[in-house]
Design a protein around this ligand. Structure first.
Ligand code: FE2
Ligand code: FE2
Length: 158
């Protein structure tokens, strides 16, 4: 049954992304303790760049495939989806800024408030998306779930 669940792949992504964010949290805490350590800043910038790319790819799949399908099958979720898209933009903006701040010693301290805004948006987004997925799990009929799964697979894979 889980293999037929159109949300399953996204939930698996969430586990990986959460692990990546936890790594970044640990590195930001290390940077805060040692703001003049260039090595930490370089490693953090590299880790943030990977996180940025992974988040962008995940958000693209949600916004171009999952959310339109969910909106079609579950119109009452449209407001929640609009809020999630706004949070995607906020998350991407803060991560992109941190990528360019982490390597620069005199800017790395300024990274902390940007990181705090990222963390707040990331947690809010995770909670809101979990609520959306729970709503979908509770409200979609088997036929609607199948229709959503077909949309996510795309026309080429039938
Ligand atoms: Fe997601
Ligand atoms: Fe999302």
């Amino acid at each position: 049954m889980a293999d037929d669940d159109p949300l399953h792949a996204f939930e698996a992504d969430h586990v990986e992304l959460n692990d990546d964010v936890i790594e970044v949290v640990v590195m930001v805490e290390a940077m805060a303790r040692m703001p003049h350590d260039r090595g930490i800043g370089v490693r953090l910038a590299d880790r943030l760049a990977t996180l940025r790319d992974d988040l962008v790819m995940h958000f693209v799949r949600e916004e171009e495939a999952l959310f339109p399908g969910l909106s079609a099958e579950l119109p009452s979720a449209s407001d929640a989806i609009a809020e999630l898209i706004a949070l995607h933009d906020e998350i991407c903006a803060t991560v992109a800024r941190m990528v360019h701040m982490a390597e620069v010693p005199d800017r790395s301290v300024g990274l902390i408030p940007v990181f705090n805004r990222f963390e707040t948006a990331y947690i809010k987004h995770a909670q809101a998306e979990r609520a959306l997925f729970e709503l979908a799990a509770a409200r979609l009929t088997p036929v609607e779930r199948s229709a959503l799964a077909t949309k996510l697979r795309g026309p080429s894979s039938g």
